[in-house]
Design a binder for this molecule. Structure first.
Ligand code: NAD
Length: 266
């Protein structure tokens, strides 16, 4: 499968390029960066710490969509929305890991998914996808007398909060309780907040250092707590998951798929 990487100079982008080069089932179709990036013109593989590939980093994602079977996107929401529009023109499959998309940006991904297979997940690790299922199950079993709080920590460079994974865990908990997350989410608390509202799902965000991703779902009851947690110690788990998702799309009909579909957890 010929795979392109948009945002190939990013933290995830470089690791994705290295993984594609190392995986026998994949061929690197090329990489792009944002217009004006110092990475433009450099060798995509050298940027990823590998021997030269002869492929230079470009800034024309449309041209990459035209030659790639699939494009992997871990960039920023504006760029991902633009890439989804371009991919739709070429019916190019995508794996999307970018988090923090607005409803309008998400609509462009739905439009692409009518033309090509798309795997989108806020977290591509096996462990987190298991945690999503467990969270839904525990929320369903425990009922409203346990308060649900979601705590996450990420590295200092992360630009969105709460993390896409924390929100996905919130969604899983809300689904287990058969409520709409938007109606019960407490994303920030500050100052004189008053007592916790029964049924709320709370979020707390920590940022610092080089933490790859830590998430805990706390079910706090009277005199007991259940805590489900996951720690990523390397971004390699997301990279491996993304490439597994890319290969999984081969021969699939157009549609929007989750990592739980890829892992057979649905
Ligand atoms: P990063 O800032 O290191 O990399 C983003 C890259 O995208 C940068 O190199 C930037 O120049 C590039 N970019 C921006 N606009 C572009 C454009 N128009 N065209 C091409 N490239 C463009 O960030 P990161 O740590 O690699 O994370 C990227 C995204 O992936 C974030 O939203 C993060 O939350 C998400 N993420 C998801 C998972 C997952 O498993 N789903 C895991 C890790 C990170």
């Amino acid at each position: 499968m010929k795979i392109g990487v948009v945002g190939c100079a990013g933290r995830m982008g470089r690791m994705l390029v290295a993984e594609i080069l190392a995986n026998k089932g994949c061929e690197l179709a090329g990489g792009t960066e944002m217009v004006g990036s110092p990475a433009i013109g450099q060798d995509v593989a050298v940027l990823a710490g590998r021997p030269g590939s002869g492929l230079q980093v470009g800034d024309d994602a449309g041209a990459l969509m035209a030659v790639a079977d699939l494009v992997v996107d871990f960039t920023v929401p504006d760029a991902t929305a633009a890439h989804a529009r371009q991919a739709a023109e070429h019916a190019t499959a995508m794996v999307i890991g970018t988090t923090g998309l607005s409803a309008e940006q998400q609509a462009l991904i739905h439009a692409l998914a009518r033309k090509a297979p798309v795997v989108q997940a806020a977290n591509m690790s096996v462990g987190i996808n298991l945690l999503l299922g467990l969270t839904e199950q525990v929320a369903k079993s425990l009922g409203d007398d346990f308060d649900i709080e979601i705590l996450e920590m990420h590295h200092r460079h992360k630009i969105d909060a709460p993390s896409g994974t924390a929100l996905a865990l919130g969604d899983a908990a809300a689904k287990g309780r058969q409520v709409d997350l938007a109606a019960v989410a407490q994303r920030v608390r500050d100052g004189h907040t008053g007592e916790r509202k029964p049924g709320d799902i709370g979020f707390a965000t920590l940022r610092g250092g080089d933490v790859a991703g830590e998430h805990s779902v706390i079910f706090a009851g009277e005199a007991e707590q259940i805590v489900l947690s996951h720690k990523a110690t390397s971004r390699a788990i997301f990279v491996r998951g993304a490439i597994r998702a890319a290969l999984w799309t081969e021969g699939r009909p157009p549609g929007l798929y989750s990592m739980r579909d890829v892992l057979g957890l649905t």
